[in-house]
Design a protein around this ligand. Structure first.
Ligand SMILES: NC(=O)c1ccc[n+]([C@@H]2O[C@H](COP(=O)([O-])OP(=O)(O)OC[C@H]3O[C@@H](n4cnc5c(N)ncnc54)[C@H](O)[C@@H]3O)[C@@H](O)[C@H]2O)c1
Ligand SMILES: O=P(O)(O)OC[C@H](O)CO
Length: 336
């Protein structure tokens, strides 16, 4: 008897969804991408390329695409979710009726929902009624363009159920992609969401012409405030020193491939929010999540001066010079 191939439905065929679809196909899974645009789905089926995001990279023949959510989810072992975090709840309302009773959900999203302050995995359990132990989170230093080029990378896959994390790990392990497992879902998700805000800060500093000392200060103090928030909300501090914390922070804050860092650079160069937004085609989670993270910090009494100043800059409440001065002139304190 021939063994049935594992099946993954990837929603949607954006930048990271396409890269994870390729990883899973290279790891031996049959992948069906859900694309909102028929043009993208048709091109993936006809040319094995995603012309909207990576026209230069060939996808394995086991990657196909559809615009029909029900067809994509038919018999899926995994539902991989990679859409903007703020659109997750509404999208799930439409997709949830098609999710099978044993399908494992894998969240790739790095954002906190405005209004509820919930992490993506919490939005998924709330919107679908699916138990948390069937929801895994994949997070780490994973710039999609590098991974599409076959360059080596690693990530953390977190799930309260270790067996589920191991299943996802097996489905994603390739010669160029090395996933580790964890049970610290909160740590992984806060690491992924807050690093986007810190990357905005580093981009702003770079755009202002500030040097590597300043950028390194922002990365280090950014990690300190990320760890303060995450641990106040139940995360393990070691997770924030791992791939989903420090690892992702360094990659995102250092690379011109990062959309968050690039957005920040535009702001640091003096573009208005409207101009920076117009110059950005893809999802820039930190711009929206900053507000939600700050609200969470307020509720839990956690000091997050970088997130606060980035949020003020994004809302055009302070000038660049006022922001830099405000950070440097904070009262002296011990390093922690
Ligand atoms: N690109 C990366 O390198 C990378 C790496 C790791 C994690 N992530 C995370 O993955 C998530 C997705 O980012 P991305 O880079 O793929 O973004 P993207 O902009 O490249 O793609 C977003 C996808 O979501 C779809 N989409 C947009 N709005 C939607 C809506 N309202 N409803 C349903 N679908 C919608 C788009 O059609 C597109 O397919 C983000 O949370 C991001 O932080 C991205
Ligand atoms: O392009 P960004 O800024 O969304 O970052 C992409 C990934 O999250 C890096 O790990």
């Amino acid at each position: 008897m021939t063994q049935r191939h594992t099946r993954a439905a990837v929603f949607s065929a954006g930048s990271w969804g396409t890269a994870v679809g390729k990883i899973m196909a290279d790891a031996g899974t049959n992948v069906i991408m859900h694309a909102r645009r028929g043009k993208i789905a048709d091109a993936i089926n006809a040319t094995h390329r995603n012309p909207g995001y990576f026209p230069d990279v060939e996808l394995p023949p086991t990657v196909t695409a559809t615009t029909d959510p029900a067809a994509a989810l038919e018999g899926a072992d995994f539902l991989v979710l990679s859409i903007p975090a703020q659109s997750l709840r509404a999208s799930l309302t439409a997709w949830a009726p098609h999710i099978g009773p044993h399908t494992v959900i894998v969240s790739l999203m790095k954002g906190i929902e405005i209004g509820s302050g919930l992490r993506a995995s919490q939005v998924i359990t709330e919107a679908t009624g699916i138990a948390a132990d069937r929801v895994a989170v994949l997070s780490g230093p994973n710039l999609a363009r590098e991974i599409m080029g076959g360059q080596p990378a690693a990530a953390t896959i977190a799930c309260p159920d270790e067996d589920v994390a191991h299943r996802v790990q097996r489905a994603c392990h390739t010669t160029y992609f090395r996933p580790y497992t964890s049970t610290d879902v909160a740590g992984c998700e806060f690491g992924g969401a807050v690093k986007n805000v810190i990357a905005l800060a580093v981009g702003i500093a770079s755009g202002m012409g500030l040097g590597h000392n300043a950028q390194s200060m922002l990365i280090t103090r950014g990690l300190a405030e990320t760890t303060r928030l995450a641990t106040a909300l139940g995360a393990h501090p070691a997770t924030l020193a791992g791939l989903a914390g420090l690892g992702d922070l360094v990659a995102t804050c250092s690379s011109p491939l990062s959309r968050n860092r690039t957005f920040g650079t535009h702001i640091g160069q003096g573009l208005t929010m409207a101009e920076a937004t117009a110059a950005t085609r893809q999802t820039t989670e930190g711009v929206k999540s900053a507000k939600a993270i700050l609200a969470l910090a307020g509720i839990h009494g956690v000091e997050m001066p970088l997130t606060e100043i980035v949020s003020d800059l994004l809302h055009e409440k302070v000038t660049l010079d006022q922001a830099a001065a405000a950070l440097m002139q904070r009262p002296p304190k011990p390093e922690r």
